[in-house]
Design a protein around this ligand. Structure first.
Ligand code: NDP
Length: 447
């Protein structure tokens, strides 16, 4: 059970009533409120101005029909969402997720997290998130394009480089951003590059955006290791997922001298004691859109259908797949096998009770809203390049990302110290992100 300050209980009750059944959103709100007890004591002006109540209520929620025609000529209907959560620091910014599990509660939890994550980057971006319950798995390229075009035909009216700037997330990569951007351009007759991020390198994208979330995650862990006078050199790392975040987290781990032992997809996980062959994973996932099981057929290693990747002993675990993928049993297994660091590449992959098990077991823990902020930070760098009609070299963009992740780590660590919670990066991230947004909301009057 997570405890919150009694003064915040009515706020949480209102969230439960107003957003009935949206359990992921409730979880995300509760995790932030749990860290605000010292803040409400130190900064009573937030309570006087009802800032916390306001932050929990999205500025705008859009739900729309997405009709499209499949390859058999049948009309299919999906539901589209965009939750424009908070624009105190800048235009709404946050990805689009295409996955059958998507409903309003998932988009709201992601949008809520995004507010604080974006604040931590120190870039001028507000928080939002969107997506659809469309399942891209097994769909042809033509079907994906028609879906994206229909989705944008409604969403475009809510977007703009100064209004709301989406990007990718689960199920939305460079191909989908291309189709979405193409449709936006046709409808508006504007080459408004800054309206979407994650674009291709030849049409307004930024170097390092593809790699940014995974690389940024590993840069963050590098800071945690450095604080313990350690490094990735020789460490054994387990990475869940094999999508965008997972692949580039694994790539940076390898560059820094670590070994990646295991990766997964939603069907199962592969263990390769010799170290995962990342070129093969990239070919399977980025080119052939195949399953992780094919790794074993083509290369060897041990494939486990279903099962828990957290049973693989490691020094560092990086959950990079989806929300609530690391539960109590996984956390207990990691503690038992001697894992020392867990850092969230996905959004809210660790359940609250699993987080408690990890921390009580002595594992150092980095929350996603800080550790995976490199993706959105580099999206903001992409917007900066679009606004100045410039494009930076890979090394420079990576250096900017590295500096941002170092700053986020330092901000979380010093904020935790300041509030008497040394080493608590969860509290540090929640408090630092929250106070930055709350201060802007106070300054802007009644918004
Ligand atoms: P991708 O779609 O590229 O990859 C998702 C990966 O997770 C796939 O390997 C997928 O397997 C696996 N996965 C999805 N659902 C489940 C499930 N229920 N159980 C087990 N595995 C699952 O997405 P991203 O890599 O972009 O995103 C991963 C996470 O990182 C998400 O939580 C996202 O919100 C977060 N994130 C992403 C950012 C980005 O820049 N892309 C930025 C910050 C956070 P399968 O193919 O079988 O479905």
């Amino acid at each position: 059970m997570i405890n919150i300050d009694p003064s915040l209980e009515p706020v949480y009750d209102t969230v439960l009533k107003r957003n009935a059944g949206e359990v992921e959103f409730h979880q995300a709100v509760l995790e932030v409120l749990a860290n605000l007890t010292p803040v409400v004591k130190k900064r009573p002006e937030y309570t006087r101005a009802s800032v916390i109540e306001r932050i929990c209520e999205p500025e705008r929620q859009i739900i729309f029909r997405v009709p499209w025609v499949d390859d058999e000529g049948r009309i299919q209907i999906n539901r589209g969402f965009r939750v424009e959560f908070n624009s105190a620091l800048g235009p709404y910014k946050g990805g689009l997720r295409f996955h059958p599990s998507v409903y309003l509660g998932i988009i709201k939890f992601l949008g809520f997290e995004q507010i604080f994550k974006n604040a931590l980057t120190t870039m001028p971006i507000g928080g939002g998130k969107g997506g659809s319950d469309f399942d891209p798995k097994g769909r042809s390229d033509g079907e994906i394009m028609r879906f994206c075009q229909s989705f944008m035909t409604e969403l475009y009216r809510h977007l703009g480089e100064y209004t709301d700037v989406p990007a990718g997330d689960i199920g939305v990569g460079g191909r989908e951003i291309g189709y979405l951007f193409g449709q936006y351009k046709r409808i508006t007759n504007r080459y408004e590059a800054g309206v979407l991020t994650g674009k291709g390198l030849t049409w307004g994208g930024s170097q390092v955006r593809t790699e940014a979330t995974g690389y940024g995650l590993v840069f963050f862990v590098q800071e945690m290791l450095a604080a313990d006078k350690s490094s990735f050199d020789g460490l054994r790392v387990v990475v869940s997922g094999s999508g965008n975040v997972a692949i580039y987290a694994a790539e940076k781990v390898l560059q820094l001298g670590g070994t990646v032992l295991a990766m997964s997809d939603s069907n199962g996980y592969i263990v390769d004691e010799a170290g995962i062959d990342l070129d093969l994973i990239k070919d399977l996932k980025e080119v052939r859109r195949a399953r992780i099981a094919d790794y074993a057929t083509e290369k060897g290693g041990n494939y486990v259908e279903g099962g828990s990747i957290w049973d693989v002993p490691c020094d560092v675990a990086l959950p990079c797949a989806t929300q609530n993928e690391l539960g109590d049993a996984g956390a207990a297994a990691l503690v038992k096998s001697g894992c020392q660091y867990v850092a969230e590449g996905a959004n809210m992959p660790t359940t609250p009770t699993a987080t408690a098990i990890l921390r009580e077991g002595g594992i150092k823990f980095a929350p996603g809203k800080a550790a995976n902020a490199g993706g959105v930070a580099t999206s903001a760098l992409e917007m900066q390049q679009n606004a100045s009609r410039d494009s930076w070299a890979f090394d420079y963009a990576e250096q900017r990302l590295h500096e941002i992740m170092t700053t986020i780590y330092a901000n979380c660590a010093t904020t935790a110290d300041e509030y008497g919670l040394p080493g608590d990066l969860v509290a540090g991230a929640n408090i630092a992100g929250f106070t930055q947004v709350a201060d802007a909301m106070l300054a802007l009057g009644l918004i």
